[in-house]
Design a protein around this ligand. Sequence first.
Ligand code: URA
Length: 285
Amino acid sequence: MIASNRPASRLTRLELLREIGLSPHWQLRESPVAVSATPAVPARPEEALAHRTGVDGVAAAPARSPVLTADDRAEEIAGMGWEQLRESVATCRACALCQERRQAVLGVGDVTADWLFIGEGPGAEEDARGEPFVGPAGKLLDAMLAAIDLQRGKDVYIANAVKCRPPGNRTPEPAEIATCAPYLKRQIALIQPRLIVLLGRAAAHALLGDVGSLASLRGQSFAYPAPAGSAYGIPVVVTYHPAYLLRTLPDKAKAWEDLCRARTLMRAAKTAAAESASQPATRPT
Ligand code: URA
């Protein structure tokens, strides 16, 4: 638990490290997915039923729009801007998670951020407030960000593998992750982050596929496919989910190692970008 009532941005580094359970030993040092073909859940089930049966003696109305195939839907989402994406996520009924949500939670932060953190899915507080990571795990995430000189909303975007709260905060099913994947992919394409940090197994599953235990993914090098116009893939770092770290204190030190590695990779990515920007353009001979 985060003991202090002050926001992470107001704590000293030592206080931060203490809050995330790493002080005094851990000081900052240098150092695609198949989309489910499940038919969309109707916006109002009773309306869909009326269409089918023609209740009240009214002839069944034709469907207002043809049901999109998973590929059509993914293609449509891949062409969306932020406003369309926000609207589409807010009204999405592509999987059963929509049935118990209060609201869908798209993400929060700087849409031109270098850093993209991806979690699992909204919990109860996120479902109520419409923002990712605002509960206890979010407080720890904020402290982890601050420990590497980052702040929610400043050069950081936070998203989830699924945009609707799984009932009872259960882990999202692979099919739910796959159905939501086009939204996550579009967010990545719009943000074009320099680095992606995957928080926990569901996030790893969403981006890397079913690739094994989280412990086996930590420390490995992954690259998300290069965005349009870039020759380089986006480096991906896998680490533990903050909610897991709240329950498993000894693994906080490993998460700290992962964050330090992410910071080093970010520096390298920025250096490489600066060097390539300073290269003289090659002229046709
Ligand atoms: N856990 C997550 O993975 N995401 C949230 O937004 C909140 C808790």
